[in-house]
Design a protein. Structure first.
Length: 226
């Protein structure tokens, strides 16, 4: 199978194909979203307007979508959403795929904030910073498995939008961290998250359990100062 056909099988579509379907109705596009052909599902994901109903359908499809380019099209559409979309996405944290961290790992060697491994956390982190308060509110109520992934999204967004790294937001996150002092995974995730918050430097310097991760966060904070 040549490269083009392989890409089509994984849901790739050309811009010209989008033009040919842009006049389809929402019902017609929704039907394509559940097509057996990955390329048709991609077309639908790219062309459907983002409403409450289509957000629900996109998230349902994302749970089982095997095609790479279709997954990308779905997540890109969701990332263009607002607070309402974000609230729907939060419910899907930690339930799509099996790439999430189950325990602390060695520090990343990359000189940037680690890309969240959870698919929904990754997309939440890429959304407009206007949804940041929604993420913070969710951090107070989510179960541990979902909180672990949400912390990644919060840190990722704050890292690339420094205006979010306020003392108020840091103190709110620190309070949540202290609530879960006996949860190693949560503690480790917060050390990564705090590489986005300059206010955390004193805390990071005192870290003993995950000293290597804390040092990485300190190094990232120093790079952002330069």
């Amino acid at each position: 199978m040549n490269t083009y056909l392989q890409r089509k099988k994984r849901g790739w579509v050309e811009d010209s194909e989008l033009s040919a379907h842009k006049n389809k109705s929402v019902d017609e596009l929704t039907h394509l979203l559940f097509s057996k052909k990955a390329s048709e599902r991609t077309l639908a994901a790219k062309l459907l307007p983002l409403t409450c109903e289509t957000s629900d359908n996109l998230l349902i499809c994302l749970k089982t979508e095997p095609a790479l380019y279709t997954r990308l099209a779905i997540t890109e559409k969701l990332e263009s959403g607002n607070q309402t979309t974000a609230l729907k996405m939060i419910d899907f944290l930690a339930i799509i795929g099996d790439n999430q961290h189950r325990s602390p790992a060695a520090p990343s060697k990359k000189k940037s904030f680690p890309l969240p491994r959870d698919l929904i956390a990754r997309s939440l982190g890429r959304m407009t910073p206007e949804i940041f308060p929604t993420l913070l509110e969710a951090a107070d109520i989510l179960p541990l498995s979902q909180l672990s992934e949400l912390i990644d999204a919060i840190g990722y967004m704050a890292f690339y939008h420094p205006a979010l790294a306020t003392t108020e937001n840091y103190q709110r996150l620190l309070q949540i961290k202290n609530t879960y002092s006996n949860e190693p995974l949560i503690q480790w995730k917060f050390l990564i998250c705090f590489s986005a918050f300059p206010q955390s430097e004193a805390l990071l310097l005192k870290e003993e359990q995950f000293a290597a991760e804390a040092q990485r966060s300190i190094n990232l904070l120093a790079l952002k100062k330069d």
